[in-house]
Write a protein that binds this ligand. Structure first.
Ligand code: IPM
Ligand code: MN
Length: 355
């Protein structure tokens, strides 16, 4: 038998621990059935630890995380901690330090799931957003001047290097090729206003596409138009590649079209390093501890993790089980409206994976 995968588990805040518990339940069944082992190491990073110790992500923990095969994350965000501290200190720090330069966010409507888009179904809503995950406005470069005066100046720079753009584009082209659906990659940008940053993206996109991926059709949409077409004609999209903050925004929009935050999962990927998988919604503190939160996003994040680890059949089995449950059992993806508790949904999916 092969070596166990070493998985760092960060349940985090709010409903994070509840959804992670169900995700791990499903992963354990998948491991059993498909013949691999997971060695889990749990870390108590999050708001509670911060309130007790003022630590967000200690160097010693970071050093241990670098030694893992993957990280499985619940949610970060605590009502008693000022916004920004945990996000920057844990989530973004992990993305940057582990150089997880891709944020892969599938937008896929599963059967039986209600979408707010009229006359659209699973056939029309099935695409993937490749969000650049280490640059743009997220770098924190910038500053303030004359703070607190009427002359106050605040600058937050959108920064991109050719290197960052190229590696993200290469991943997106390769992903499009291997997904093998419509062989179409759309660049989402704002070339009409961000004339420096998107000039770089657009040139790099066409140069790389023409040179290395001639069979892949290239499209370009401004970000505002992307938002519009995601609602009006989502079936146009196969893979969308975009910069960090545009990707942040359009994937919340995409999530709502696939049934909401209860189902949307994402992977923070370093193809050459340690990747981290998470439900893309937040910690939903008002639902914490009630056994009502939807664990499907966390379960789907687990499937993304297995796919990245090379366990495709196991990942597919989890997705199939989720689709069977949304088609036939789960009434609604909203917290408290599923017709099942959090733990029951985990049991349902686990049973489907067990076969
Ligand atoms: C996300 C979140 C984060 C982001 C926040 C919590 C920093 O919204 O993963 O999409 O902006 O990337
Ligand atoms: Mn977001």
């Amino acid at each position: 038998m092969k070596q166990p995968y070493k998985i760092a588990v960060i349940p985090g805040d709010g409903t994070g621990p509840e959804v992670v518990r169900e995700g791990l339940k499903v992963l354990a069944v998948a491991a059993e059935r498909f013949g691999f082992k997971l060695e889990l190491i749990t870390y108590d990073l999050g708001g509670e630890r911060y309130l007790k110790t003022e630590e967000t992500l200690p160097d010693s923990v970071l050093a241990e995380l670098r030694q893992c095969d993957a990280i499985y994350l619940g949610a970060i965000g605590h009502p008693d901690v000022k916004p920004g501290i945990l996000e920057k200190g844990i989530l973004l720090k992990l993305r940057f330090e582990l150089d997880q330069y891709i944020n892969l966010r599938p937008v896929k409507l599963y059967p039986g799931v209600e979408t707010p888009l009229k006359n659209k179904g699973p056939k029309e809503i099935d695409y993937v957003v490749v969000r650049e995950n280490t640059g743009g406005a997220y770098t924190g470069l910038g500053g303030a001047f004359l703070k607190g005066t009427p002359q106050e100046v605040a600058v937050q720079d959108m920064v991109y290097t050719r290197f960052q753009v190229d590696r993200c584009l290469r991943y997106a082209f390769e992903y499009t090729r291997q997904r093998n659906k419509r062989q179409t990659l759309a660049l989402c940008g704002k070339t009409n206003v961000l004339t420096f940053v998107f000039d770089l993206w657009e040139r790099a996109f066409h140069e790389m596409g023409a040179r290395d991926f001639p069979e892949i059709k290239r499209e370009y949409y401004h970000v505002d138009a992307t938002a519009m077409w995601m609602i009006k004609n989502p079936e146009w999209f196969d893979v969308i590649v975009t910069e960090n903050m545009f990707g942040d925004i359009i994937t919340d929009l995409g999530a709502m079209t696939q049934g909401g935050m209860g189902i949307a999962a994402g992977g923070n990927i370093n193809p050459e390093g340690v990747s981290m998988f998470e439900p893309i919604g937040g910690s939903a503190p008002k639902y914490a501890g009630q056994n009502v939160i939807n664990p499907l996003a966390a379960i789907c994040a687990g499937a993304l993790m297995l796919a990245e680890l090379g366990e495709q059949p196991a990942a597919q089995a989890i997705e199939n089980s989720v689709m069977a449950a949304t088609a036939r059992q789960i009434k609604d993806l909203g917290a408290g409206r599923m017709g099942y508790s959090t733990t029951q949904v985990g049991d349902l999916i686990a049973a489907g994976v067990a076969g």
